[in-house]
Design a protein around this ligand. Structure first.
Ligand code: MG
Length: 242
């Protein structure tokens, strides 16, 4: 897939004449931070301690869902237990502790360069995550200075997490532009589905074990192997007048 082809496809299904990106909607886990390894470890520990069999891959597949929804889903399918909101929140607190105990996660290499390059072109970034993980959300302004300011949508702001488009629709609202004027930067299939369903030009970067093919299948307009490749493609994506 070339940028030109991806843009031509997008213009056709979005029913617009040209791509004019004015805002970037940016996911957190797997895009800002290399955090999915530790998240999946913490999830498996929580589930195992509660007698629920699972693999780490399952949590990569559920990445983007609001944490308490992951707990409700796994307890229901894995143990036939219906969990209340309060119980799910308490268990999410335990998962958060396991996550923190695994140590500080590194940033994803090159993401800051992409976000700075967007900013230099007058494109503001909005954080859009289903995460409620305070230990990460509090680090964002330190690791990504001047990028998001108060433009943040987290798991606390949405009723329905990804793959529902609600988080991205809220992000579009914070950006104050049209859906078709936003580029979504994602790494996970459910996040890609959400960005696509919200009507944005959706880019995915394979920063974990999820394949390029799966991300295209989820609805990505373009998939890149790393942030350096996305950075190199920005002129083609942003200056396209098809
Ligand atoms: Mg992600």
């Amino acid at each position: 897939m070339t940028e030109q082809n991806a843009i031509t496809n997008y213009l056709k299904y979005a029913g617009i004449k040209e791509l004019n990106i004015k805002a970037a909607l940016v996911d957190c886990d797997g895009v800002l931070f290399d955090s999915m390894k530790n998240h999946s470890r913490a999830w498996v520990k929580l589930m195992t301690k509660n007698g629920i069999k699972c693999t780490r891959d399952e949590f990569y597949a559920m990445e983007g869902m609001v944490g308490t929804e992951v707990i409700k889903t796994k307890f229901k399918t894995g143990a036939g237990k219906i969990i209340t909101d309060d119980e799910a929140l308490a268990l999410y607190g335990v998962k958060g502790r396991y996550f923190r105990e695994l140590g500080e996660v590194p940033v994803i290499e090159g993401t800051i360069d992409v976000l700075n390059a967007l900013k230099e072109r007058g494109i503001n970034s909005v954080l859009v995550t289903g995460s409620q993980q305070a230990s990460l959300i509090e680090r964002i302004d330190k690791d990504y200075p001047g990028i998001f300011e108060d433009r943040k949508v987290t798991g606390h702001d949405v009723r329905r997490g990804k793959p529902n488009p609600e988080p991205y629709l809220k992000g579009i609202g914070k950006a104050g532009v049209k859906a078709s004027e936003c580029i979504v930067i994602e790494n996970a299939p459910l996040g890609v589905q959400a960005g696509h369903a919200a009507g944005c030009f959706t880019v995915a970067v394979t920063t974990g074990p999820i394949s390029e093919k799966e991300l295209y299948k989820a609805g990505a307009d373009m998939v890149y192997p790393n942030m350096a490749a996305l950075l190199a493609a920005l002129p083609a994506l942003l200056e396209a007048k098809d």
